[in-house]
Design a protein around this ligand. Structure first.
Ligand code: ATP
Ligand code: BUA
Length: 366
Protein backbone atom coordinates (compact mmCIF):
# COMPACT_ATOMS: atom_id res chain seq x y z
CA UNK A 1 0.00 0.00 0.00
CA UNK A 2 1.29 3.45 -0.93
CA UNK A 3 1.95 5.91 1.92
CA UNK A 4 0.89 9.56 1.80
CA UNK A 5 2.09 12.66 3.63
CA UNK A 6 -0.35 15.53 3.98
CA UNK A 7 -0.04 19.07 5.34
CA UNK A 8 -3.28 20.37 6.88
CA UNK A 9 -4.07 24.03 7.60
CA UNK A 10 -6.88 25.43 9.77
CA UNK A 11 -6.81 29.23 10.01
CA UNK A 12 -8.71 30.82 12.91
CA UNK A 13 -9.21 34.48 13.72
CA UNK A 14 -6.05 34.74 15.89
CA UNK A 15 -4.12 31.60 15.02
CA UNK A 16 -3.30 29.09 12.30
CA UNK A 17 -3.35 25.42 13.33
CA UNK A 18 -1.23 23.14 11.17
CA UNK A 19 -0.68 19.40 11.15
CA UNK A 20 1.48 17.00 9.15
CA UNK A 21 0.07 13.51 8.69
CA UNK A 22 1.64 10.25 7.58
CA UNK A 23 -1.48 8.61 6.18
CA UNK A 24 -4.02 9.20 8.98
CA UNK A 25 -1.38 9.48 11.74
CA UNK A 26 -0.47 12.98 12.88
CA UNK A 27 3.32 13.31 13.10
CA UNK A 28 3.49 17.02 13.87
CA UNK A 29 1.09 19.75 14.87
CA UNK A 30 1.41 23.31 15.98
CA UNK A 31 -0.86 26.26 16.76
CA UNK A 32 0.82 29.39 15.41
CA UNK A 33 -0.58 32.30 17.41
CA UNK A 34 -0.51 35.90 16.23
CA UNK A 35 -0.57 39.08 18.27
CA UNK A 36 -3.58 41.31 17.53
CA UNK A 37 -1.14 44.05 16.44
CA UNK A 38 0.55 41.71 13.94
CA UNK A 39 -2.77 41.11 12.17
CA UNK A 40 -4.17 44.62 12.56
CA UNK A 41 -1.79 45.98 9.91
CA UNK A 42 -3.72 44.03 7.25
CA UNK A 43 -6.81 45.73 5.87
CA UNK A 44 -8.56 42.50 4.91
CA UNK A 45 -8.37 38.88 6.01
CA UNK A 46 -7.19 38.01 2.49
CA UNK A 47 -4.22 40.36 2.82
CA UNK A 48 -2.94 38.22 5.71
CA UNK A 49 -2.18 35.27 3.50
CA UNK A 50 1.52 36.01 2.69
CA UNK A 51 2.20 36.64 6.40
CA UNK A 52 0.45 33.44 7.47
CA UNK A 53 2.12 31.44 4.70
CA UNK A 54 5.54 32.60 5.91
CA UNK A 55 4.66 31.62 9.49
CA UNK A 56 3.60 28.13 8.37
CA UNK A 57 6.75 27.55 6.31
CA UNK A 58 8.90 28.75 9.21
CA UNK A 59 7.17 26.37 11.63
CA UNK A 60 7.67 23.44 9.24
CA UNK A 61 11.31 24.40 8.74
CA UNK A 62 11.92 24.65 12.51
CA UNK A 63 10.53 21.14 12.90
CA UNK A 64 12.71 19.85 10.05
CA UNK A 65 9.72 18.75 7.93
CA UNK A 66 10.88 17.87 4.43
CA UNK A 67 8.38 19.63 2.14
CA UNK A 68 9.40 17.58 -0.88
CA UNK A 69 7.92 14.50 0.82
CA UNK A 70 4.42 16.03 0.91
CA UNK A 71 1.76 14.58 -1.41
CA UNK A 72 -0.99 17.13 -0.78
CA UNK A 73 -1.98 20.21 1.19
CA UNK A 74 -5.48 20.45 2.62
CA UNK A 75 -7.04 23.60 4.10
CA UNK A 76 -10.28 24.38 5.92
CA UNK A 77 -12.79 25.79 3.43
CA UNK A 78 -14.56 29.06 4.07
CA UNK A 79 -17.62 31.08 3.05
CA UNK A 80 -18.02 29.81 -0.51
CA UNK A 81 -21.13 29.18 -2.61
CA UNK A 82 -23.42 26.54 -1.06
CA UNK A 83 -22.00 23.10 -1.95
CA UNK A 84 -22.56 19.49 -0.92
CA UNK A 85 -20.13 17.89 1.56
CA UNK A 86 -16.89 16.23 0.47
CA UNK A 87 -13.30 16.89 -0.59
CA UNK A 88 -12.87 19.58 -3.25
CA UNK A 89 -9.85 20.39 -5.39
CA UNK A 90 -8.93 24.07 -5.03
CA UNK A 91 -9.62 25.70 -8.40
CA UNK A 92 -9.59 29.23 -9.82
CA UNK A 93 -13.23 30.04 -9.11
CA UNK A 94 -12.83 28.84 -5.51
CA UNK A 95 -9.75 31.04 -5.04
CA UNK A 96 -11.65 34.03 -6.48
CA UNK A 97 -14.66 33.43 -4.20
CA UNK A 98 -12.46 32.95 -1.11
CA UNK A 99 -10.47 36.07 -1.92
CA UNK A 100 -13.51 38.24 -2.64
CA UNK A 101 -15.53 36.76 0.23
CA UNK A 102 -18.41 35.52 -1.96
CA UNK A 103 -20.54 34.81 1.11
CA UNK A 104 -18.60 36.96 3.57
CA UNK A 105 -15.16 37.19 5.14
CA UNK A 106 -14.11 34.52 7.63
CA UNK A 107 -10.62 33.39 8.69
CA UNK A 108 -11.34 29.94 7.23
CA UNK A 109 -11.43 31.58 3.74
CA UNK A 110 -7.62 31.55 4.01
CA UNK A 111 -7.54 27.73 4.30
CA UNK A 112 -8.07 27.05 0.59
CA UNK A 113 -5.86 29.98 -0.42
CA UNK A 114 -2.93 28.86 1.77
CA UNK A 115 -3.33 25.22 0.66
CA UNK A 116 -3.15 26.33 -2.97
CA UNK A 117 -0.26 28.74 -2.46
CA UNK A 118 1.86 26.08 -0.73
CA UNK A 119 0.66 23.15 -2.88
CA UNK A 120 1.22 24.83 -6.24
CA UNK A 121 4.75 25.86 -5.20
CA UNK A 122 5.51 22.18 -4.58
CA UNK A 123 3.57 20.99 -7.63
CA UNK A 124 1.21 18.86 -5.51
CA UNK A 125 -2.60 18.81 -5.11
CA UNK A 126 -4.47 21.19 -2.85
CA UNK A 127 -7.89 20.48 -1.36
CA UNK A 128 -10.51 21.73 1.03
CA UNK A 129 -12.91 19.45 2.96
CA UNK A 130 -16.47 20.10 4.19
CA UNK A 131 -16.39 23.91 4.39
CA UNK A 132 -18.83 25.82 6.63
CA UNK A 133 -21.16 26.34 3.65
CA UNK A 134 -21.89 22.63 3.07
CA UNK A 135 -25.53 22.68 2.00
CA UNK A 136 -27.47 19.42 1.84
CA UNK A 137 -30.75 20.88 3.16
CA UNK A 138 -34.09 19.37 2.22
CA UNK A 139 -36.11 21.82 0.12
CA UNK A 140 -38.72 21.93 2.87
CA UNK A 141 -36.04 23.06 5.35
CA UNK A 142 -35.12 26.08 3.20
CA UNK A 143 -38.51 27.75 3.47
CA UNK A 144 -38.21 30.41 6.17
CA UNK A 145 -41.73 31.80 6.28
CA UNK A 146 -40.94 34.90 4.21
CA UNK A 147 -40.30 34.87 0.44
CA UNK A 148 -37.75 37.65 1.10
CA UNK A 149 -35.51 35.45 3.24
CA UNK A 150 -34.28 31.89 2.69
CA UNK A 151 -32.80 29.68 5.39
CA UNK A 152 -29.09 28.97 4.80
CA UNK A 153 -26.84 26.11 5.80
CA UNK A 154 -23.75 27.49 7.58
CA UNK A 155 -22.36 25.19 10.23
CA UNK A 156 -19.39 23.24 11.62
CA UNK A 157 -19.61 20.77 8.74
CA UNK A 158 -16.00 19.55 9.01
CA UNK A 159 -16.12 18.55 12.67
CA UNK A 160 -19.76 17.38 12.58
CA UNK A 161 -19.14 15.00 9.67
CA UNK A 162 -15.83 13.81 11.14
CA UNK A 163 -17.33 12.86 14.53
CA UNK A 164 -20.36 11.36 12.81
CA UNK A 165 -18.01 9.05 10.87
CA UNK A 166 -16.25 8.11 14.14
CA UNK A 167 -19.51 7.18 15.86
CA UNK A 168 -20.56 5.21 12.78
CA UNK A 169 -17.28 3.25 12.97
CA UNK A 170 -17.90 2.57 16.70
CA UNK A 171 -21.34 1.21 15.79
CA UNK A 172 -19.75 -0.87 13.04
CA UNK A 173 -21.79 0.95 10.40
CA UNK A 174 -21.13 3.37 7.58
CA UNK A 175 -21.94 7.06 8.12
CA UNK A 176 -24.30 6.71 5.14
CA UNK A 177 -26.34 4.03 7.00
CA UNK A 178 -27.25 6.11 10.04
CA UNK A 179 -29.54 8.88 11.29
CA UNK A 180 -27.58 11.09 13.68
CA UNK A 181 -28.13 14.39 15.47
CA UNK A 182 -24.75 16.10 15.85
CA UNK A 183 -24.39 19.14 18.12
CA UNK A 184 -21.18 21.19 17.86
CA UNK A 185 -20.80 23.48 20.87
CA UNK A 186 -17.95 25.99 20.47
CA UNK A 187 -17.91 29.78 20.06
CA UNK A 188 -20.88 29.07 17.76
CA UNK A 189 -23.38 26.24 18.27
CA UNK A 190 -24.91 24.17 15.47
CA UNK A 191 -27.26 21.17 15.60
CA UNK A 192 -27.14 19.10 12.39
CA UNK A 193 -29.65 16.48 11.29
CA UNK A 194 -27.54 13.80 9.55
CA UNK A 195 -29.77 11.56 7.46
CA UNK A 196 -27.86 8.71 5.80
CA UNK A 197 -24.76 10.88 5.21
CA UNK A 198 -26.48 14.16 4.32
CA UNK A 199 -27.14 17.09 6.66
CA UNK A 200 -30.76 17.70 5.71
CA UNK A 201 -31.42 20.43 8.27
CA UNK A 202 -29.20 22.55 10.53
CA UNK A 203 -29.33 26.00 12.11
CA UNK A 204 -27.27 28.75 10.49
CA UNK A 205 -24.65 29.06 13.23
CA UNK A 206 -23.11 32.26 11.97
CA UNK A 207 -26.01 34.54 11.18
CA UNK A 208 -28.69 34.31 13.81
CA UNK A 209 -30.50 30.98 13.95
CA UNK A 210 -30.85 28.23 16.57
CA UNK A 211 -29.63 28.15 20.19
CA UNK A 212 -27.61 31.04 21.58
CA UNK A 213 -23.90 30.32 22.08
CA UNK A 214 -20.94 31.73 24.04
CA UNK A 215 -20.77 34.71 21.67
CA UNK A 216 -23.83 34.56 19.39
CA UNK A 217 -27.48 35.39 19.97
CA UNK A 218 -28.99 32.60 17.82
CA UNK A 219 -32.72 32.99 17.05
CA UNK A 220 -34.10 36.18 18.62
CA UNK A 221 -37.63 37.63 18.76
CA UNK A 222 -37.78 39.25 15.31
CA UNK A 223 -40.26 42.02 16.15
CA UNK A 224 -37.91 43.21 18.90
CA UNK A 225 -34.98 43.04 16.49
CA UNK A 226 -36.81 45.27 13.97
CA UNK A 227 -37.68 47.71 16.77
CA UNK A 228 -33.99 47.95 17.75
CA UNK A 229 -32.90 48.39 14.13
CA UNK A 230 -35.20 51.40 13.68
CA UNK A 231 -34.84 52.90 17.13
CA UNK A 232 -32.24 55.34 15.82
CA UNK A 233 -29.91 54.27 18.64
CA UNK A 234 -27.71 51.83 16.73
CA UNK A 235 -25.67 51.53 13.55
CA UNK A 236 -25.95 48.37 11.46
CA UNK A 237 -22.55 47.21 12.80
CA UNK A 238 -23.79 47.60 16.40
CA UNK A 239 -26.77 45.36 15.73
CA UNK A 240 -24.61 42.78 13.92
CA UNK A 241 -22.22 42.74 16.91
CA UNK A 242 -25.20 42.20 19.25
CA UNK A 243 -26.02 39.07 17.22
CA UNK A 244 -22.50 37.74 16.56
CA UNK A 245 -19.58 38.52 18.85
CA UNK A 246 -21.44 40.21 21.67
CA UNK A 247 -24.51 37.98 21.87
CA UNK A 248 -25.14 34.90 24.01
CA UNK A 249 -22.96 34.47 27.12
CA UNK A 250 -20.90 37.56 26.22
CA UNK A 251 -24.07 39.67 26.03
CA UNK A 252 -25.49 38.47 29.34
CA UNK A 253 -22.34 37.83 31.36
CA UNK A 254 -19.46 39.59 29.60
CA UNK A 255 -17.48 36.41 28.91
CA UNK A 256 -17.52 33.67 26.28
CA UNK A 257 -15.59 31.35 28.58
CA UNK A 258 -17.86 28.58 29.84
CA UNK A 259 -15.36 27.63 32.55
CA UNK A 260 -15.51 31.19 33.93
CA UNK A 261 -19.31 31.01 33.92
CA UNK A 262 -19.10 27.75 35.89
CA UNK A 263 -16.88 29.49 38.46
CA UNK A 264 -19.48 32.27 38.79
CA UNK A 265 -22.16 29.62 39.38
CA UNK A 266 -19.98 27.92 42.01
CA UNK A 267 -19.77 31.27 43.77
CA UNK A 268 -23.57 31.54 43.85
CA UNK A 269 -24.16 33.92 40.90
CA UNK A 270 -27.87 33.37 40.10
CA UNK A 271 -27.83 35.22 36.77
CA UNK A 272 -24.92 33.10 35.53
CA UNK A 273 -26.81 29.94 36.54
CA UNK A 274 -29.97 31.02 34.72
CA UNK A 275 -28.16 31.97 31.49
CA UNK A 276 -26.02 28.81 31.54
CA UNK A 277 -29.12 26.64 32.03
CA UNK A 278 -30.93 28.55 29.27
CA UNK A 279 -28.14 27.76 26.80
CA UNK A 280 -28.40 24.04 27.61
CA UNK A 281 -32.22 24.28 27.46
CA UNK A 282 -32.17 25.85 23.97
CA UNK A 283 -29.74 23.20 22.71
CA UNK A 284 -31.94 20.38 24.08
CA UNK A 285 -34.98 21.99 22.41
CA UNK A 286 -33.13 22.17 19.07
CA UNK A 287 -32.17 18.48 19.42
CA UNK A 288 -35.85 17.69 20.06
CA UNK A 289 -36.78 19.57 16.86
CA UNK A 290 -34.07 17.65 14.97
CA UNK A 291 -35.55 14.35 16.19
CA UNK A 292 -38.91 15.38 14.69
CA UNK A 293 -37.18 15.96 11.32
CA UNK A 294 -36.05 12.32 11.52
CA UNK A 295 -39.56 11.21 12.60
CA UNK A 296 -38.00 9.90 15.82
CA UNK A 297 -35.75 7.38 14.01
CA UNK A 298 -32.47 8.50 15.62
CA UNK A 299 -29.50 6.13 15.92
CA UNK A 300 -27.47 8.44 18.18
CA UNK A 301 -27.12 11.98 19.46
CA UNK A 302 -23.56 13.33 19.46
CA UNK A 303 -22.27 16.25 21.55
CA UNK A 304 -18.94 17.75 20.45
CA UNK A 305 -16.90 21.02 20.48
CA UNK A 306 -15.04 22.73 23.34
CA UNK A 307 -18.09 22.98 25.64
CA UNK A 308 -18.55 19.20 25.49
CA UNK A 309 -15.58 19.04 27.92
CA UNK A 310 -17.94 20.33 30.59
CA UNK A 311 -19.59 17.45 32.46
CA UNK A 312 -22.03 19.85 34.12
CA UNK A 313 -23.21 21.36 30.81
CA UNK A 314 -23.42 18.04 28.99
CA UNK A 315 -25.49 16.49 31.77
CA UNK A 316 -28.03 19.34 31.57
CA UNK A 317 -28.60 18.49 27.90
CA UNK A 318 -28.57 14.73 28.37
CA UNK A 319 -31.27 14.77 31.04
CA UNK A 320 -33.65 16.39 28.53
CA UNK A 321 -32.81 14.37 25.38
CA UNK A 322 -31.78 10.87 26.55
CA UNK A 323 -35.32 9.58 25.85
CA UNK A 324 -34.71 10.21 22.12
CA UNK A 325 -31.55 8.09 21.63
CA UNK A 326 -28.19 7.21 23.18
CA UNK A 327 -25.95 10.24 23.63
CA UNK A 328 -22.22 10.06 22.75
CA UNK A 329 -19.85 12.83 23.85
CA UNK A 330 -16.79 13.77 21.74
CA UNK A 331 -15.21 16.79 23.46
CA UNK A 332 -13.16 19.26 21.41
CA UNK A 333 -12.73 19.27 17.68
CA UNK A 334 -10.73 17.11 15.39
CA UNK A 335 -10.54 19.36 12.38
CA UNK A 336 -6.90 18.77 11.35
CA UNK A 337 -7.50 15.02 11.46
CA UNK A 338 -10.72 15.47 9.46
CA UNK A 339 -8.87 17.48 6.81
CA UNK A 340 -6.18 14.79 6.52
CA UNK A 341 -8.77 12.00 6.29
CA UNK A 342 -10.71 13.91 3.60
CA UNK A 343 -7.55 14.35 1.48
CA UNK A 344 -6.54 10.75 2.12
CA UNK A 345 -9.86 9.36 0.84
CA UNK A 346 -9.11 11.09 -2.48
CA UNK A 347 -5.40 10.20 -2.63
CA UNK A 348 -6.27 6.55 -1.99
CA UNK A 349 -8.98 6.82 -4.67
CA UNK A 350 -11.72 5.80 -2.25
CA UNK A 351 -13.49 8.99 -3.40
CA UNK A 352 -13.11 11.35 -6.36
CA UNK A 353 -12.22 14.96 -5.59
CA UNK A 354 -15.25 17.16 -6.27
CA UNK A 355 -15.06 20.16 -8.57
CA UNK A 356 -16.19 23.49 -7.15
CA UNK A 357 -18.92 24.71 -7.38
CA UNK A 358 -20.49 21.47 -8.68
CA UNK A 359 -24.22 21.47 -9.21
CA UNK A 360 -25.71 24.79 -8.19
CA UNK A 361 -27.69 24.63 -4.97
CA UNK A 362 -30.56 27.11 -4.89
CA UNK A 363 -30.78 29.07 -1.69
CA UNK A 364 -34.54 29.23 -2.05
CA UNK A 365 -37.02 26.83 -3.63
CA UNK A 366 -39.76 29.38 -4.19
N1 ATP B 1 -12.83 22.09 29.80
C1 ATP B 1 -13.81 22.91 29.43
N2 ATP B 1 -14.94 23.00 30.17
C2 ATP B 1 -15.94 23.82 29.80
N3 ATP B 1 -15.92 24.59 28.69
C3 ATP B 1 -14.82 24.54 27.94
C4 ATP B 1 -13.71 23.72 28.25
N4 ATP B 1 -12.77 23.87 27.29
C5 ATP B 1 -13.27 24.80 26.41
N5 ATP B 1 -14.50 25.18 26.80
C6 ATP B 1 -15.38 26.19 26.18
O1 ATP B 1 -15.57 25.88 24.81
C7 ATP B 1 -15.80 27.09 24.10
C8 ATP B 1 -14.87 27.17 22.91
O2 ATP B 1 -15.02 26.01 22.14
P1 ATP B 1 -14.14 25.77 20.82
O3 ATP B 1 -12.69 25.85 21.18
O4 ATP B 1 -14.69 24.54 20.16
O5 ATP B 1 -14.57 27.05 20.01
P2 ATP B 1 -13.92 27.76 18.77
O6 ATP B 1 -13.01 26.82 18.04
O7 ATP B 1 -13.37 29.08 19.22
O8 ATP B 1 -15.24 28.09 17.93
P3 ATP B 1 -16.05 27.11 16.97
O9 ATP B 1 -15.99 25.74 17.61
O10 ATP B 1 -17.44 27.71 16.96
O11 ATP B 1 -15.37 27.16 15.63
C9 ATP B 1 -15.56 28.23 25.08
O12 ATP B 1 -16.78 28.71 25.58
C10 ATP B 1 -14.75 27.55 26.17
O13 ATP B 1 -14.89 28.21 27.43
C1 BUA C 1 -20.92 28.22 12.15
C2 BUA C 1 -19.71 28.37 11.31
C3 BUA C 1 -18.39 28.26 12.00
C4 BUA C 1 -18.18 29.28 13.05
O1 BUA C 1 -18.63 29.11 14.21
O2 BUA C 1 -17.55 30.33 12.79
Amino acid sequence: MQDYRILTINPGSTSTKIGVFHNDQMIFDRTIRYEAKELSVFETIYNQYEFRKKSILEALDEEGINLSKLNAVCGRGGLLRPIEGGTYEVNELMLKDLKEGYAGHHASNLGGILAYEIGSGLNISSFIVDPVVVDELLDVARVSGSPHMARKSIFHALNQKAVARKVAAQLDKKYEELNLIVTHMGGGITVGVHNYGRVIDVNNGLHGDGPFSPERAGSVPVGELVRLCFSGEYYREDIMKMLVGKGGLVGYLGTSDVQKVEKLIEHGNKKAKLVYEAMAYQIAKEIGAASAVLAGKVDAIILTGGIAYSKMFVSLIIERVKWIADVTVFPGENELQALAEGALRVLKQEEKAKQYPGEHIHSSTL
